[in-house]
Design a binder for this molecule. Structure first.
Ligand SMILES: NC(=O)c1ccc[n+]([C@@H]2O[C@H](COP(=O)([O-])OP(=O)(O)OC[C@H]3O[C@@H](n4cnc5c(N)ncnc54)[C@H](O)[C@@H]3O)[C@@H](O)[C@H]2O)c1
Length: 316
């Protein structure tokens, strides 16, 4: 997808740096061979390596997918411990070494995909003080796109005609998918989704739980976690961040909270954002009712717990 221009633009040549652990070097080389075989005109080079310093050398955009997957019977705390170790090492060896805020303002923009994505992003931030917090984000665009998809199916409209759903909070089952500001284009103009659905119960219960549980439902169906939709969402996230969101449209991104909407500072939390010239800004002034507030707090509390767990391992 990246080498076809879906992330950085259809006319933007790219050099792909791919990092995996040494045990995966053979498979990584297989991917490199396939990239050569695909004869992609935008692809100007491939670096396939298990050396972190080499992987990060000179990169402008980093999509961090590598992580310790959650296995059966594994507690959230164990998952956090494993990933804190990975994200701490990654930073020490690579990003700190390569980031140069003097020579290039936008030297490195990072998207964390690996779970627990919000807390991995926080660990990254703590260990890379040279990288501005604004340059680190985490992926909740998949959840955002899932929300658009559910609204489109419910209304029988094309997904491209639905916009401005919001995913608040953690990329976990406590996230709050919120359709209360979403709109859909119809033959009679652009209308609020709430008015078109005309079923408050569906919007508050079914819609929320379908989006929250969608990842688990895909695993149940495929026996593997989401891959195509996750990759597509990662491209959407980076493209909008770098090239800008369309006028009048916002997207959901996990970003370092500045206290907007009374979300505690110091956690990576998914907000509605617009992007321009490579910078995101949280959309301000949206109305949040008591129902939304309680859901948003639940997810913030979970992130606060994750932060405490992570800091135990960071300091250990
Ligand atoms: N935020 C989201 O919306 C979202 C969506 C889908 C998947 N995910 C998460 O993304 C991650 C990747 O998912 P996947 O299905 O591709 O998993 P996967 O297990 O198939 O792939 C993970 C890859 O990371 C590599 N890896 C492990 N440790 C590494 C390290 N220290 N440095 C570099 N690479 C390392 C593994 O060898 C493997 O190739 C998982 O954590 C998953 O939960 C998040």
């Amino acid at each position: 997808m990246i080498a076809r221009g879906l992330m950085l633009g259809l006319d933007q040549p790219v050099v792909l740096h791919m990092l995996d652990i040494p045990q995966m070097a053979g498979a990584l080389n297989g991917v490199r061979m396939e990239l050569v075989d695909a004869a992609l005109p935008l692809l100007r080079g491939v670096v396939a390596t298990s050396d972190e310093a080499e992987a990060f050398q000179g990169v402008n955009f980093a999509v961090l997918i590598g992580g310790w997957p959650r296995k059966e019977g594994m507690e959230r705390k164990d998952l956090i411990a494993k990933n804190v170790a990975i994200y701490r090492i990654k930073i020490k060896i690579s990003i700190l070494m390569n980031f140069n805020p003097v020579t290039s303002r936008r030297a490195l923009q990072v998207l964390v995909v690996a779970n627990p994505a919000n807390t991995n992003a926080l660990v990254l931030k703590e260990f890379a003080p040279a990288v501005p917090a604004k340059n680190i984000t985490c992926l909740t665009r998949l959840d955002h796109n899932r929300a658009l998809g559910q609204i489109s199916e419910k209304l029988g409209v094309h997904v491209g005609d639905v916009r401005n759903a919001i995913v608040w909070g953690n990329h976990s089952s406590t996230q709050f998918p919120d359709a209360s500001h979403a709109t859909a284009r119809t033959d009679h103009g652009e209308k609020p989704v709430g008015e078109l659905v005309a079923d408050e119960k569906w919007l508050r219960d079914e819609f929320v739980s379908i989006v929250q549980q969608r990842g688990a439902a895909v695993i149940k169906a495929r026996k593997q976690s989401s891959s195509l939709s996750a990759a597509s969402a990662a491209c959407d996230h980076m493209r909008d961040w770098i090239l800008g969101t369309p006028k009048g449209t916002w997207v959901s991104m996990g970003v370092y909270s500045d206290g907007s909407y009374s979300v505690p500072k110091g956690i990576f939390y998914s907000f509605p954002v617009t992007c321009e010239k490579g910078e995101w800004s949280i959309v301000q002034g949206l109305q949040v009712d008591d129902f939304a507030r309680s859901k948003m707090e639940l997810s913030a509390n979970e992130l606060d717990e994750e932060r405490s767990m992570a800091s135990e391992f960071v300091s250990s």
